[in-house]
Ligand binder design. Structure first.
Ligand code: ADP
Length: 258
């Protein structure tokens, strides 16, 4: 198939946003949202003006990750992002009933996403991090075709199954002309907090090897760690802390910024 990237003469719909980065994964549950939120927080900690858009219509988790469970706030018909942990966040979860399954068809979901993107008062941003739904569906295609994406970051666990899907996600972005900024291995090494033993519950090094095989940059590995899960559930992403896991996210943010 021929590449179907953004139309070359299409106007930039978001003049105030310098760079838009999508965070994707082949399948759900690999920590894509955790990574998106932590990268955004880490970039903000580096002094950048950062936005975080939760486009994961099937499991919006940015409100929980950032500690803000709110409904959409409008002023003059424009969406007001939540200002939290040094960045501006908006979630598609704010547009939907948290207790009901979202049954939007693809075009509806895509148009809701475009509304959140273009009708939010982001103000000037250095970077907008978009947490995509897992997989390679309508929303991802809309993003790739209608939004001037600087690139996509792909999150995978080291496990074979997750990696096979991650490769499909890489293929989809390639087809629509979106550069891959790199791959991140999440849920990598587990250090037992009791005995210090290192184990590889989902395997080890798989994402790095897959990145090398596809000629992609490997951005780093995030350990499997109870502190990451606890910080996420508490709404205070671990990247706010200076511990090993927080630093792993900060190092990835440095590489993305380069
Ligand atoms: P996805 O967005 O890919 O569906 P999430 O970011 O929602 O995945 O993560 C799924 C679950 O795994 C969450 O409960 C999250 O807190 C947890 N999690 C993600 N990454 C890690 C990690 N590195 N260590 C421990 N728990 C993690």
């Amino acid at each position: 198939d021929a590449p179907q990237g953004p139309h070359p003469t299409a106007p930039a719909p978001l003049p105030e946003i310098r760079t838009i980065i999508a965070v994707g994964s082949g399948k759900g549950g690999v920590g894509k949202s955790t990574v998106a939120a932590n990268i955004a927080v880490a970039l903000a900690a580096r002094g950048l003006k950062v936005g975080l858009l939760d486009a994961d219509i099937y499991g919006p988790s940015v409100p929980m990750l950032m500690g803000r469970q709110e409904r959409l706030t409008l002023r003059d018909k424009r969406i007001q992002p939540a200002e939290v942990h040094g960045l501006k966040a908006v979630s598609i979860g704010e547009m939907t009933d948290p207790d009901r399954a979202v049954v939007w068809r693809g075009p509806m979901a895509s148009s809701a996403l475009m509304q959140m993107l273009t009708q939010t008062d982001w103000g000037p941003l250095d970077v907008l991090v978009v947490d995509l739904p897992p997989g390679t569906g309508d929303i991802q295609l809309t993003m790739a075709q209608k939004v001037p994406l600087a690139g996509a970051v792909i999150v995978s666990t080291p496990q074979d199954l997750a990696l096979i899907d991650a490769k499909k996600a890489v293929g989809m972005f390639g087809k629509v002309g979106v550069p891959i900024l790199g791959m991140i291995e999440n849920m990598s090494t587990f250090h037992c907090p009791a005995c210090g033993h290192e184990s590889h519950i989902f395997g080890h090094g798989g994402a790095e090897a897959a990145a090398a095989a596809m000629g992609l940059r490997f951005l780093g590995a995030i350990p499997l760690e109870i502190g990451i899960r606890e910080a996420s559930d508490a709404g205070t992403p671990i990247a706010l802390k200076g511990d090993a896991a927080g630093n792993a996210f900060r190092n990835i943010a440095v590489q993305i910024q380069e």
